[in-house]
Write a protein that binds this ligand. Structure first.
Ligand SMILES: Cc1ncc(COP(=O)(O)O)c(C=O)c1O
Length: 458
């Protein structure tokens, strides 16, 4: 037996999607068979909840960390200073990037990236459609045209083959959104970007520490943009970060985030405060960084536990007819598990609608939702509004700005299918539970499956 595995071979074998490990059917077997009578009755039909005791609270906060925050308050240094710098250095080191700039939130991390990039009116950016407005505001601020490449409904991620189809001489950038904490196939996206000399802004707002062959998301693209909003696996309340390996871009985005001043102007200083680029003010505060530093210390261990629990849960859920866990690409070595998403097939549940399934699952004590509502981003009015502005009218033809034609051109059938079939388990707290808690999740779904006809007519 070969014992000295190469790094690549080791990573391949230990990948989340690593062949048999992901959906090992042998690991499955009905847990419901162990219970009978009332315990096997769905909560919606009067039975007990499959999981009654609640989940680890999210956002997590350790009272032992209170002092780190009160210290900042008492120091009276609240605006950007040493702690924000420390946060940036540690986030860059943890993720494996050369530079990190901390900002107020993920929306502004993304917008700032586009604002400082080589992107102009008349240019096109190929965007992932399974997201919401925050991902692409910067594209529109710059007068560029969002063009959507459909997702693969089995992985939820932007399909690189569809990206290639959408490239034109006007394409300047690609915006993959690593949705639900899963990973876009960044190795292929970067190959395409290199071939066509495109910039890449990664929306990593949901995928902290998700990695492909050991390389963290957010370190593949020109920039990687993170959110530390309350629900995320790295919660600060509000907060964001931009990673990059490009020194010039880092300098520019640093200036942008501090009113457009030169990088040597200290926040709060009145020296040399002449703006030299059109900037903004999106600085992270010291108390945000203090919270972030406390959360960061726990992130790797929490992520390890979520991955371990997900590896236990996935084959058991996959063995239930009508449940298909979302598939990570081969080579994904770690997932953030911001969500635990799966595809629901109502035909296998006696026609029980997805909405009723989610209701029944929530009643069992499992935190479930249908995910984003069915408002495809390329049909949302905020894009149409921009098409009515003088900038857009100047740089695009009336055919390009025809709203009906735009929606038809950007139609994404994979996305629409996903809107109808997705179930997201809110897993930040849930996947920090015990193995017995994971069994409760499986029992809840099995109960609903077994009683789906009754639930449907209830
Ligand atoms: C995919 C995605 N992009 C962008 C954002 C924006 O981040 P924030 O809420 O920190 O502004 C979020 C988070 O809400 C997100 O989930």
């Amino acid at each position: 037996m070969k014992t000295n595995l190469s790094r690549r071979e080791f990573l391949k074998r230990s990948s989340v999607a690593g062949g048999s490990a992901w959906l090992a059917a042998g690991a499955a077997g009905s847990l419901l068979a162990e219970v009978s009578g009332e315990a096997a009755t769905p909560a919606l039909l009067g039975g007990p909840k499959a999981h009654a005791k609640g989940w680890p609270a999210w956002p997590a906060w350790d009272p032992a960390d209170d002092a780190a925050v009160t210290q900042v308050l008492h120091s009276r240094t609240w605006s950007r200073s040493k702690l924000v710098k420390e946060f940036e250095e540690k986030w860059a080191a943890l993720l494996g990037a050369k530079y990190c700039l901390a900002v107020v939130n993920g929306t502004n991390a993304l917008s700032a990236s586009f604002m400082v990039m080589d992107l102009n009116p008349g240019d096109e950016v190929i965007c992932a459609p399974y997201t919401f407005s925050a991902s692409l505001l910067g594209v529109l601020y710059k007068g560029a045209m969002p063009v959507f490449a459909d997702i693969d409904p089995l992985t939820y991620q932007m399909d690189p083959a569809k990206v290639e189809e959408k490239i034109t001489p006007r394409t300047k950038a690609i915006l993959p959104v690593h949705i639900c904490g899963y990973a876009t196939d960044m190795e292929r996206i970067m190959e395409i970007a290199r071939k066509h000399k495109l910039q890449v802004v990664e929306d990593v707002c949901q995928a902290h520490l998700t990695a492909i062959n050991g390389k963290n998301l957010g370190t593949f693209g020109t920039t990687g943009c993170f959110s530390f909003q309350t629900s995320k696996v790295m919660p600060i309340g509000e907060g964001g970060a931009i990673l990059t390996d490009d020194a010039a871009l880092y300098d520019k985005v640093y200036s942008y985030h501090n009113y457009g001043y030169k990088t040597n102007v200290a926040p709060g200083s009145y020296e040399n405060i002449a703006a030299f680029i059109l900037g903004n003010k999106i600085r992270m505060a010291e108390y945000q960084a203090a919270i972030g530093l406390c959360q960061m210390r726990k992130l790797e261990e929490q992520t390890r536990i979520r991955n371990e629990n997900a590896a236990y849960l996935t084959p058991k859920l996959a063995a239930i007819p009508g449940i298909t866990p979302v598939k990570p690409y081969p080579g994904v070595t770690r997932l953030s598990y911001y969500m635990y998403p799966f595809i629901y097939n109502e035909a296998e549940f006696n026609g029980l609608s997805r909405a009723d399934f989610v209701k029944a699952l929530s009643a069992e004590g499992v935190p479930a939702s249908p995910g984003y509502p069915k408002y495809p981003i390329y049909t949302q009015e905020f894009i149409h509004e921009m098409f009515k502005t003088e900038v857009y009218k100047k740089f695009y033809t009336s055919q390009e700005l025809d709203w009906e034609a735009y929606k038809a051109r950007n139609h994404c059938p994979g996305l629409l299918k996903t809107f109808d079939t997705s179930v997201w388990l809110s897993s930040t707290g849930m996947l920090l539970g015990s193995k017995a808690d994971m069994d409760d999740v499986v029992r809840a779904v099995e109960k609903i499956h077994k009683n789906s006809a009754r639930l449907r007519s209830a």
